[in-house]
Ligand binder design. Structure first.
Ligand SMILES: [Zn+2]
Length: 316
């Protein structure tokens, strides 16, 4: 039996004092416990081994796992890398390249911080009011509330989920960026200052790669790519490829779709841009013959229940 469990992480950090303690991340002790469980149950592999297995160059007869980390967060160099080093594990770290070269905060991360400094209802009221002032009508404000987008934020409380749906999928992207940037400046602080400590810089990324980790792309501007036109999808991924190549040199790299969604055309474009494979947020094992640009992952918060259920099936 050969299948691979690809685990997806975002923030891994112990809670700080102050407003940022509200950032929802995995604490370090829980991360370490999960790694112990994974190592006890499955065999760790790195990204090159996953590719070799999927292309038939190596065979693996036991279930494996691969660790992936999205968003290029400084947590990954400061907290995750030393923990992996202690265990001899290697991970895949997906970087959104605009955050790396322009040193700006991704809108998604500005929203996380806004929610640390304002309550969701107040933020929601202000976002809606500014959107209406800019000419958006009530119908458009409700357009993000369909079932698919509801599932994307099923882990959130109802008011936070509605706000995130509106901000991620509802408002026109440029208007949304302007509204979030102005609210961030008014309520949180200077975006460039935050970006400098929120994300890994080139030096940290180069060190990770030297230490045997894989660096992959996570889009240039960190938008859900299915929201963009085919031309803009292509442009975003091509820019991401080019920045990584300029910064790290030529090489084969994986991609993680920002917010996880993909369709057949986007998967094809991802391959055409030069990414060897692409990871989604669809929960499940990766099989040897799965489509290389639509590989499943399991979020860290679902790993325990996933393993319990799946391993019971494997044993029976
Ligand atoms: Zn992301």
């Amino acid at each position: 039996m050969s299948q691979c469990l690809v685990v997806m992480y975002h923030y891994v950090r112990d809670r700080h004092n102050g407003p940022e303690s509200a950032i929802r991340g995995l604490d370090v002790a829980t991360f370490e416990q999960q790694l112990d469980i994974l190592c006890d149950t499955l065999k760790p592999i790195d990204w090159s081994t996953l590719v070799a297995w999927q292309t038939g160059r190596v065979s693996i007869d036991a279930p494996t796992f691969l660790l992936t980390f999205d968003d290029g967060l400084s947590d990954h160099a400061e907290v995750v890398a030393p923990v992996l080093e202690e265990r001899g594990l290697r991970g895949v770290f997906f970087v959104s390249t605009a955050m790396l070269v322009d040193r700006v905060m991704a809108t998604a991360h500005q929203i996380h911080l806004l929610l640390c400094h304002m309550d969701a209802e107040d933020l929601s009221t202000q976002v809606r009011q500014r959107a209406i002032d800019a000419g958006v009508n009530q119908e458009e404000l409700l357009a993000a509330d369909d079932d698919a987008h509801r599932r994307a934020y099923a882990y959130e409380s109802a008011d936070r989920a509605a706000l995130k749906r509106l901000l991620t999928y509802g408002l026109p992207i440029e208007l949304r960026n302007d509204i979030v940037a102005s609210l961030f400046a008014e309520n949180v602080g200077d975006s460039a200052d935050y970006a400098a400590r929120w994300y890994m810089n080139w030096e940290a990324i180069a060190t990770m790669r030297r230490d045997g980790h894989t660096i992959g792309g996570h889009g240039h501007v960190h938008e859900p790519l299915l929201r963009l036109s085919p031309e803009d999808q292509q442009r975003d991924m091509a820019r991401c490829v080019a920045v990584l190549r300029d910064g790290l040199g030529p090489g084969v790299r994986p991609f993680s779709y920002p917010f996880g969604s993909v369709d057949w055309d986007l998967a094809r474009r991802c391959g055409a841009c030069g990414f060897v494979n692409g990871f989604t947020t669809v929960r499940g094992w990766v099989g040897q013959r799965d489509h290389a640009h639509q590989l499943s992952r399991v979020d860290t918060i679902h790993v325990d229940s996933f393993l319990e259920k799946e391993l019971a099936c494997l044993r029976s």
